[in-house]
Design a protein around this ligand. Structure first.
Ligand SMILES: [Fe+2]
Length: 562
C-alpha cells in the first residue's frame, strides 16, 4: 500500500507539473496575442519594448514557478506565482479573456485542498477582479459607465462559473481523498482493535529507526502480552476474548499518540514504540497501560485467578541494547519471555549477561563474545527454554561463586561454562528438544551427545580452552553413573560439578508447557536426596544454604551477575 501510495503521489506530481506547463503555455500565448493586437493598433516603439519586457518577465516567472514545483514539491507556491502573474496582466491589459486563465489556479487549489478552500479562492479572485474594474472605472476610463458595466457584467458571470468549477473539482477530489484514506486505514489498521497492524508497525519501525539514527535519539519498544489469554478464550469464548482485545486497543489508542505508535503485533501481543523517551518515562508509560488494562471491568472477575486481566511487558531500548533498530523486537520479546518466566516483575527491561561480561573483557574476548552471542541466538530460535535456562544457570552460578568465595579467575571460568554448558543442543533436532512425550531411545542417545558436541563447537576458540571440560562433564554424576565418560568424585572438574547442581535445580523449578515447576524447597530436598549420588555433597550443602539465604533475604535480587 505504501509503495502504491508513492506511485500515486508521483503520478499526481507529474500531472500537476504537466498542467502547470500547459496553462503556462496558454497564458504566454494569450499574452503574446494581446501584445500583437496592441502593437497593430499603435506604432509607439516604447510600447513595443515594454511589451517584450513583459513577455520575458512572464517567461522568467513561469520558469521559477516550474522549478519551485519540481524541486520543492510546492504546488501551492507554483499556483500562487501563476495567479499573481495572471492578475498582473489582467491589471495591465484589462481584457476579459485573460480572466479565463484564473480557472487554472482555482482548479489546482480545489483539487489539492477541497471544495471549501477552492470556493474561497474563487470568491477572492472574483473580488480582486471587481477591485480592478472599479480601479479602472475611477482612474483609467474616467468614469465611463458603459465600459465599467461591460467588464462588470462579464466578471459576475465569470465569478459564478469559477465558483461552480471550484465546487465540482473540490467535491470530486474530496470523494477521492476520503475513499483513499479509507483504503489506507483498511490496509494499516487492525480490524478488531482499530490500532495499527503488524504490517504497518514494521514499516513504521523502519522509517522511525532511520529518523532516530539521524537525530541521535533513543527508541524504546515495549512489548505487552496478555497473561493466560488462552484460558480466557476457553473459559468465556472467543467473542469475549475479542472484546478484551478491543478494549486494550482503545486504551492504547487513547494513551499513545504519534510520533509514538501502538500496534497489535500478534494474537494477544501489542507493541508500543516510544521515540526520544527517557527510561523512567518508558517504565511509567508501560505501568500506566498495565494499570488501565487491569482496571478493565470484567463480567465474571471471580473466574480469574487474580480477579482481573493482567499483562506482562518486555522493554528494549536503542541504542543501549542494540545498534540495529529492527532487533528491538527480538530483544523486547526476550525480556517479555523472561518476565513471564520469573513471574517476579510485570515489566522486564532487556538484559543480556554477555553485555555485563563485556565490560570486563578485552578486545579479542569481546569479539569472541559476539560470535557466542550469534550461536545463542540460533539456540534461542530453536528452543527458548534452553536459552532462558542458560541465562538463569549463569545467574545462579555467579551467586554461588560469590557465596562460596571462588577466586576471580575461577568465577569467570564458571560464568562462561554456565552460560555455554548446553550450547551443544544446537546440533539436536528441534522436535527432540521441544518434545512433549517421552523420548525414544535413539532420541535420548542423541540428546546425551550434547556435552560432547558443545565442547567440540568451542574447541576452535583458543581462549575458551579451559571451559571445554565444564561443558563436556556437566552431566557427569559424583558416583560415576553420568555421561559422557562416567567420571566420578573429584575427577569431575569443580565448575562442572557446580553446573550439574544448578542445571538440575533450574530444570526442576522452571514451569514447562506440560508440567509446573517445583518450589525451591522441594527442589532443594530432591538435590539433598541425591547428594553423593548425582551431586558433590559438599557443594550441595553450600547450594542449599545459598537458596535458603536468598529466600530469607529479599535483597538477594540485587546481586550482581558479573
Ligand atoms: Fe545439559
Amino acid at each position: 500500500m505504501d509503495q502504491l501510495q508513492n506511485v500515486r503521489e508521483n503520478k499526481y506530481k507529474e500531472l500537476h507539473i504537466t498542467l502547470y506547463l500547459l496553462s503556462a503555455m496558454i497564458f504566454v500565448t494569450a499574452v503574446f496575442l494581446n501584445f500583437n493586437w496592441k502593437l497593430e493598433a499603435q506604432t509607439d516603439l516604447s510600447l513595443y519594448f515594454k511589451c517584450n519586457a513583459y513577455y520575458i518577465i512572464a517567461l522568467l516567472l513561469l520558469l521559477i514557478g516550474y522549478v519551485v514545483m519540481i524541486y520543492l514539491n510546492a504546488v501551492a507556491v507554483g499556483v500562487f506565482i501563476l495567479s499573481g502573474f495572471i492578475f498582473g496582466f489582467i491589471f495591465v491589459f484589462h481584457n476579459s479573456y485573460l480572466q479565463v486563465l484564473l480557472v487554472i489556479p482555482v482548479a489546482f487549489t480545489a483539487f489539492g485542498t477541497g471544495k471549501k478552500m477552492g470556493c474561497w479562492v474563487a470568491f477572492a479572485s472574483g473580488f480582486i477582479l471587481v477591485l480592478i474594474d472599479v480601479y479602472k472605472y475611477l482612474l483609467v476610463y474616467e468614469s465611463s459607465y458603459d465600459n465599467l458595466t461591460r467588464y462588470f457584467e462579464a466578471d459576475l458571470i465569470f465569478i459564478g462559473t469559477l465558483v461552480i468549477c471550484a465546487w465540482f473539482v473540490g467535491g470530486v477530489a474530496e470523494i477521492e481523498r476520503e475513499s483513499r484514506n479509507r483504503l489506507i486505514d483498511l490496509a494499516n489498521l487492525d480490524g478488531l482493535t482499530n490500532i495499527y497492524n503488524h504490517r504497518y508497525f514494521q514499516v513504521y519501525l523502519k522509517s522511525l529507526g532511520e529518523e532516530v539514527k539521524q537525530n541521535r535519539q533513543s527508541l524504546s519498544l515495549i512489548m505487552f502480552d496478555i497473561d493466560r489469554f488462552n484460558y480466557f478464550n476457553e473459559t468465556f469464548g472467543h467473542p469475549a476474548g475479542d472484546n478484551i482485545l478491543k478494549k486494550i486497543g482503545g486504551i492504547l489508542k487513547e494513551k499513545i499518540k504519534k510520533p509514538a505508535l501502538a500496534a497489535r503485533y500478534g494474537g494477544d501481543e501489542f507493541c508500543v514504540l516510544l521515540p526520544g523517551y527517557v527510561l523512567s518515562a518508558v517504565y511509567e508509560t508501560a505501568q500506566e497501560i498495565i494499570s488501565s488494562i487491569e482496571n478493565i471491568n470484567l463480567e465474571n472477575p471471580e473466574k480469574f485467578p487474580s480477579g482481573k486481566i493482567t499483562v506482562t511487558a518486555g522493554i528494549a531500548v536503542y541504542p543501549e541494547h542494540t545498534e540495529e533498530v529492527e532487533q528491538l523486537i527480538e530483544l523486547a520479546d526476550q525480556a517479555l519471555y523472561k518476565a513471564k518466566n520469573n513471574k517476579k516483575n510485570k515489566i522486564e527491561l532487556y538484559f543480556n549477561v554477555l553485555d555485563a561480561l563485556k565490560s570486563s573483557c578485552n578486545k579479542s574476548e569481546t569479539e569472541l563474545l559476539n560470535s557466542v552471542r550469534t550461536l545463542l541466538c540460533i539456540i534461542n530460535a530453536k528452543d527458548r527454554y534452553t536459552y532462558g535456562h542458560s541465562e538463569r544457570v549463569l545467574k545462579y552460578a555467579t551467586m554461588f561463586a560469590n557465596y562460596y568465595g571462588l577466586p576471580e579467575s575461577e568465577l569467570r571460568l564458571l560464568q562462561y561454562g554456565a552460560y555455554l554448558h548446553d550450547i551443544g543442543k544446537i546440533e539436536i533436532d528441534t522436535d527432540t528438544l521441544n518434545s512433549l512425550s517421552k523420548l525414544t531411545e535413539s532420541e535420548w542417545e542423541q540428546l546425551k551427545q550434547h556435552p560432547y558436541w558443545g565442547s567440540e563447537i568451542i574447541s576452535p576458540v583458543k581462549s575458551l580452552e579451559r571451559i571445554r571440560p565444564l561443558i563436556l562433564y556437566h552431566h557427569e554424576n559424583y558416583d560415576g553413573t553420568g555421561y559422557p565418560e562416567g567420571l566420578g568424585g573429584e575427577d569431575i572438574p569443580l565448575g562442572a560439578r557446580i553446573i550439574r547442581i544448578i542445571d538440575s535445580f533450574d530444570a526442576m523449578t522452571t514451569d514447562r508447557p506440560y508440567k509446573k515447576g517445583m518450589s525451591a524447597e522441594e527442589a532443594c530436598a530432591e538435590i539433598e536426596a541425591l547428594a553423593g549420588k548425582h551431586y558433590d555433597p559438599e557443594l550441595c550443602r553450600v547450594f542449599v544454604d545459598l537458596i535458603n539465604f536468598i529466600n530469607h533475604n529479599k535483597s538477594a535480587g540485587d546481586w550482581s551477575v558479573t
